[in-house]
Design a protein around this ligand. Structure first.
Ligand code: DGY
Length: 322
């Protein structure tokens, strides 16, 4: 008997083929997000659930008895949408897909940084609407990126990859905050400097890029008082999780021009985006595209498959988070 697994959204075709061969797999052909009731029911019917960031799995979605599920193999590195405590209590293992989306997420952070500083979204909108009147010395003046200071909050894999791009590609000085001390040699290799508080980084950076996990104590890590520390000419980039930033405070700060702009790939309550953000020209908005390349999405799927196979063969899980 093959283990019964459910994939909550469509995955890259190459990975779905492997899942279909190796497991008794239920796919979500229509790709519509499962309802809370469907997710809860899945725990009773499947040996493994393969969710992703768009599936909310709070404690209330875990049934108290008759669970069949023994593994949640998440498609994605972030797992703040899963109540880890509830999984642990029910002896359900949880895995994620670290490493394989590092480069692409760092690339998207740099795309946002460049786009918002150089007003790329605004310029494209102007051109497409037929409003561009031609080159002139004062047209759509942005902010120079090369040689500026990048502040990073959260120096994990993606933070480090972003630091390298900024330092070696754009000659930027890199300051960062990380809860634990980062190895001195690694810091030197990134041309970076670790500061002891988030405020120290926010006060000195021309660009602030967030790379910490969401949820838990990181919810609203960047709140009104921290946003107030940023330089007037600075930009905030978020490719981490929407809830790391207090979105209301962010909108208020941007409306009052307390700093220069923001590049956002993630949102609190996504896919709902506040109208106030959509109206602002000094904000670049992307629909959570960090890992959205063919190469990376296939690699994420394959990583989840490796965890599944290891689990059902009784081997240690390569990417166990619980
Ligand atoms: C992740 O893996 O957590 C990403 O946000 C999905 O792109």
């Amino acid at each position: 008997m093959k283990p019964r697994v459910i994939v909550t959204r469509r995955w890259p075709a190459a990975v779905e083929r492997i899942l279909a061969e190796r497991f008794d797999t239920t796919f979500n052909q229509g790709d519509a997000p499962l309802s809370p009731v469907q997710l809860k029911a899945a725990f009773l019917k499947f040996d493994a659930i393969l969710p992703t960031v768009s599936d909310k799995l709070p404690a209330s979605s875990f049934p108290d008895s008759d669970l069949r599920t023994k593994l949640i193999a998440n498609f994605g590195v972030g797992f703040s949408h899963i109540d880890i405590g509830a999984a642990r209590e029910r002896d359900i293992a949880v895995t994620n897909t670290p490493g394989v989306l590092t480069d692409c997420t760092a690339d998207i952070a740099m795309s946002l940084l460049l786009s918002v500083a150089r007003r790329a979204g605004e310029g494209e909108r102007q051109l497409r609407s037929g409003d561009w009147a031609g080159w002139c010395p004062t047209h759509m003046i942005g902010t120079k990126v090369s040689g500026k200071t990048l502040g990073i909050i959260g120096m994990g894999r993606i933070g480090k990859a972003t630091a390298k791009r900024a330092h070696f590609g754009f000659d930027m000085d890199v300051l960062f905050y990380n809860r634990s001390k980062v190895d001195d040699e690694e810091i030197r290799a990134m041309g970076a400097c670790q500061l002891s508080t988030i405020e120290d980084v926010l006060a000195s950076a021309d660009f602030v890029s967030l790379h910490c996990p969401g949820g838990g104590e990181n919810r609203h890590l960047i709140n009104a008082s921290r946003l107030a520390v940023m330089k007037r000419g600075a930009f905030l980039i978020n490719t981490a999780r929407g809830d790391v930033v207090d979105q209301g405070a962010l909108i208020e700060s941007l409306e009052n021009r307390k700093f220069a702009g923001a590049g956002l790939d993630v949102f609190d309550g996504e896919p709902h985006i506040p109208e106030a953000l959509k109206r602002m020209e000094n904000v670049v908005l992307l629909p959570h595209l960090g890992s959205a390349t063919d190469e990376t999405r296939v690699a994420m799927g394959m990583r989840a498959v490796e965890n599944l196979v290891a689990f059902f063969e009784g081997r240690p899980l390569p990417d166990r988070v619980v």
